[in-house]
Write a protein that binds this ligand. Structure first.
Ligand SMILES: Cc1cc2nc3c(=O)[nH]c(=O)nc-3n(C[C@H](O)[C@H](O)[C@H](O)COP(=O)(O)OP(=O)(O)OC[C@H]3O[C@@H](n4cnc5c(N)ncnc54)[C@H](O)[C@@H]3O)c2cc1C
Length: 358
């Protein structure tokens, strides 16, 4: 059995920031991530970041990941386990980890769950053909592993992720036949959408995928226009000969460990799925278990970092650690979170968060 003061599951922007803040107060931290690198989603984000100025807008995600990872790896208070998957959390407070075919048991005094989100998929005939991927998976293939997913792509979803990944595919030399979007408007920021349109990629709004086809692997897809009630309009089908379909239809929080721990959960559509109830310190209904980042509701990396800071500070404080400027640090983080979630852009998140207050 390994003992630690704070165990953090997930080394994305939320987990890394939580580790730095908790260690900054003096706590001993063990950070566990199943990847062989730290940084979570940020590691594949070669584009300039959107988000708030204080939270590194217009820097590239990969650079933010490198900087946070280096700070964590150089911090004596933080022990990092990579290629280590947390398999379960048990009643006696033990975190069960598999690393390099070995089973490790960690007993923390406090736990911060920062496991992020998983890509959603879509139901349509033949959606299991090889060649159909999530957009995030394609971004990992192209930007982390240097592998092209195929020659010609149909992107499903015109939110930020769909549009950014389309542009990155073009940069990698892959043809993007079209982007289709079921909603009547594009969800991505215009700055990203206009780049792909300038590169010659048509965006079909009010269109969805009707079916995919192919023998052993994907050979093409039929899309269809939707009416104002989101019903397919017969006779509007368009065929695309493509060997890749990229699904960019949202993420859902990866909450299995929180269910296992017995945290009170609620289904909140604005936060993209089942999420834990939590107090202002991000502590769940199980005392000593905190959450931070996309696991508590899909948002953005800026908010994930701020939530990580809040969870890290509060978990360390609950162990008796303190800093003269603790109240100032905490108030600063809360203010930045409020700023990030202000205005019409933050309305959906604000309404979702109001439903998960303990
Ligand atoms: C294509 C794309 C573009 C984006 N662009 C932007 C942008 O420009 N600006 C912005 O603010 N946001 C952007 N985002 C969103 C941003 O990346 C996420 O909101 C952010 O990464 C969430 O941080 P997180 O730490 O909560 O989760 P993640 O970054 O997902 O990290 C979670 C970590 O937990 C680990 N993990 C999960 N389960 C386990 C387990 N059981 N055991 C061990 N480890 C586990 C994972 O390996 C991962 O490293 C983008 C997202 C995508 C997909």
């Amino acid at each position: 059995m390994r003992y630690t003061e704070i165990c953090i599951i997930g080394g994305g922007p939320a987990g890394l920031t939580a580790a730095l803040k908790a260690a900054g107060l003096g706590a001993e931290v063990t950070l566990v991530d199943r990847n062989d690198y730290l940084g979570g989603q940020l590691i594949k984000q070669t584009h300039r970041f959107f988000g708030s100025k204080q939270q590194r807008a217009s820097e590239r995600g990969i650079n933010i990941a490198r900087e946070l990872s280096a700070a964590v790896l150089n911090n004596d208070k933080i022990k990092v386990l990579t290629e280590a998957t947390v398999l379960g959390y048990y009643e006696d407070g033990v975190v069960a980890v598999e690393q390099h075919d070995k089973f490790i048991k960690i007993k923390p005094q406090k736990l911060i769950v920062a496991t992020g989100g998983a890509e959603k998929t879509l139901a349509f005939p033949n959606n299991d053909l090889p060649g159909i991927y999530g957009a995030g998976a394609v971004q990992t293939l192209v930007n982390v592993n240097g592998v092209k997913p195929g020659k010609k792509v149909l992107m499903v979803g015109a939110g930020n992720i769909g549009v950014i990944v389309s542009y990155q595919l073009i940069q990698a030399g892959v043809e993007v036949a079209a982007i289709i979007e079921a909603a009547p408007t594009i969800g991505a920021y215009w700055v990203h959408a206009s780049k792909v349109v300038r590169a010659g990629v048509p965006i079909y709004t009010s269109h969805t995928i009707k079916r995919a086809w192919g023998d052993q692997e994907l050979e093409g897809a039929t899309v269809v226009k939707l009416d104002e009630n989101w019903q397919p309009i017969a006779g509007t089908e368009i065929d695309f000969d493509v060997d890749v379909i990229c699904l960019s239809v949202g993420l859902s929080p990866l909450t299995e460990l929180l269910w296992q721990a017995g945290c009170k959960m609620a289904y909140v559509p604005e936060l993209c799925g089942h999420v834990p109830l939590r107090n202002e310190n991000l502590e769940t209904s199980i005392p000593g278990i905190y959450v931070a980042g996309d696991v508590g509701g899909i948002e953005e990396a800026s908010a994930a970092m701020m939530e990580g800071a809040l969870a890290g500070l509060n978990a360390a404080k609950s162990l008796g650690y303190h800093a003269p400027d603790f109240a100032e640090q905490r108030a600063g983080v809360l203010k930045e979170l409020e700023g990030l979630r202000s205005g019409p852009v933050g309305e959906k998140i604000r309404s979702g968060l109001a439903k998960v207050v303990l």
